[in-house]
Design a protein around this ligand. Structure first.
Ligand code: NDP
Length: 420
């Protein structure tokens, strides 16, 4: 029924592609395209050896170059493009989709690779002052495509990973089925997994370290409140994982939820980190290894965080070594039928189970499955409407059903422990 072009073939993409192959009633043909085509070829071989009925081809593409993406779309003629490369490529791929009138799906919002580029920097500094948060990423660049996508009659589905993605669907689902009004949302992201390395990141190190070393922030009464990195700490006893330290971070779904659910008075995001991870990160930051600004080294320019990425384990290789579980979900407070109500919707995912099924760890798995689900809903027409949207802006029910069907079953707890 559908012909999909997937751009990127890293940790998240490999799960998304294998899940698309499981859902072969929707995904009948796929082109796997990336900068390093050998990864696409290896995955194609794996799926073909398993006897997939999906017709798979591969291609090399440099998604930093809009003309290269346009050329590939024109050649392959897909019904939709799933961008599971990096946030740096969001706008070039959106431009190519617009030019070719093809639906667009991604898992993370745009941020530039070069944060010193003067035009972007000036806009960023203006935005920091106006909006009150200093993260490098925000939705403004992609929301700016709303009218163009509407005129082109194409759908842009932004951020269909777990967080953002599933967490925003949980909010829409809680609102639809459990609350008349939601007052607070706490999004909790717990990784209780252990990969045995002194230091490694569970998804692209550059994107991950940029995110967690930035200032934190939360949404309260219609505006942002910014905190120092790791300034707000809580301890929470996560079902099936146990007690963990968690820290308040800025996170992209807060921006969309704050806009789309103005009734919500406070939205916070917490992620768990062990002390060793934080010590390593602070040390790397103190010596300049997290810097995104190029430096000269032995006659050539290098970007410290990119050099660090080359030293760290590839997140896609963590699968065989990672044991333990993740627990990611949202705790709500609000009103139903005039009474106060609380609710926790969460998913627990086991790293080793993911590895057994698809050869990947749970962070890639919990992102790749929702990437497939969002894409399937766009392709099948259930989530198709012209414009650019986040996952909280559609009917959550088919998405929630597919989470159960494709390996991320969820739990509703109507009497949760709250976060103070
Ligand atoms: P990886 O680094 O493992 O993979 C990135 C892939 O993109 C690689 O195959 C890489 O190719 C390819 N790529 C990079 N640049 C280009 C380019 N210019 N042209 C073509 N292909 C390119 O990243 P992850 O799989 O960990 O992450 C993928 C995405 O998922 C990221 O945007 C990340 O932010 C997002 N994410 C979202 C989450 C969520 O819950 N919403 C959670 C985790 C991640 P090569 O092999 O040549 O380097």
């Amino acid at each position: 029924m559908g012909r999909l072009l997937v751009i990127g073939c890293g940790g998240v993409a490999q799960v998304a592609i294998q899940k698309c192959a499981q859902n072969n009633a929707v995904f009948t043909e796929m082109c796997l395209a990336s900068r390093t085509v050998s990864k696409c070829d290896a995955l194609k071989d794996k799926l073909e050896k398993q006897g997939t009925p999906v017709k798979i081809t591969t291609a090399t593409v440099n998604a930093d170059d809009v003309n290269d993406v346009i050329k590939l779309i024109k050649e392959y003629q897909p019904d939709a493009v799933l961008n599971v490369a990096l946030p740096y490529q969001d706008l070039t791929i959106m431009d190519a989709c617009l030019e070719c009138k093809v639906d667009y799906i991604d898992t993370a919002n745009y941020e530039p690779e070069d944060t010193d580029e003067p035009v972007w920097r000036a806009a960023y500094e203006k935005r920091c002052k106006e909006k009150g948060f200093t993260a490098y990423f925000d939705y403004s660049y992609q929301w700016a495509y709303m009218d163009k996508f509407k005129e082109g009659g194409i759908t842009g589905l932004l951020g269909t990973g777990f967080d953002p993605g599933v967490t925003s669907v949980f909010v829409a689902y809680a609102k639809k089925h459990y609350f008349d009004e939601i007052h607070t949302v706490d999004i909790l992201d717990c990784n209780g997994g252990d990969h045995g390395y002194a230091f490694a990141t569970n998804f692209n190190p550059e994107i991950n370290l940029r995110e967690v070393s930035a200032n934190g922030s939360y949404w309260e009464d219609g505006h942002w409140i910014e905190t120092k990195p790791m300034e707000i700490k809580r301890v929470y006893d996560f079902p099936q994982v146990g007690q963990k330290d968690m820290y308040l971070l800025h996170h992209e779904e807060i921006e969309a939820l704050g806009r789309n659910f103005p009734e919500i008075k406070r939205i916070r995001f917490f992620m768990t980190f062990g002390q060793s991870y934080l010590d390593h990160m602070r040390c790397l930051e103190d010596v300049g290894m997290l810097s995104t600004s190029p430096i000269m080294f032995e006659g050539r320019e290098i970007v410290p965080i990119q050099f660090l990425k080359a030293l760290l384990p590839d997140p896609a290789s963590l699968g065989p070594r990672t044991v333990g579980k993740t627990n990611i979900g949202c705790i709500f407070r609000g009103i139903k039928d005039g009474k106060e109500k609380t609710l926790f919707i969460y998913n627990v995912c086991d790293h080793q189970e993911c590895y057994k099924e698809l050869g990947s760890q749970a962070i890639s798995y919990t992102t790749g499955v929702p990437a497939m689900i969002g894409t399937a809903l766009v392709l099948s027409g259930k989530w198709k409407k012209p414009g650019v949207f986040t996952t909280d802006e559609f009917d959550p029910d088919p998405y929630m059903e597919m989470l159960n069907e494709y390996g991320l079953p969820w739990v509703v707890d109507e009497n949760p422990v709250l976060v103070d």
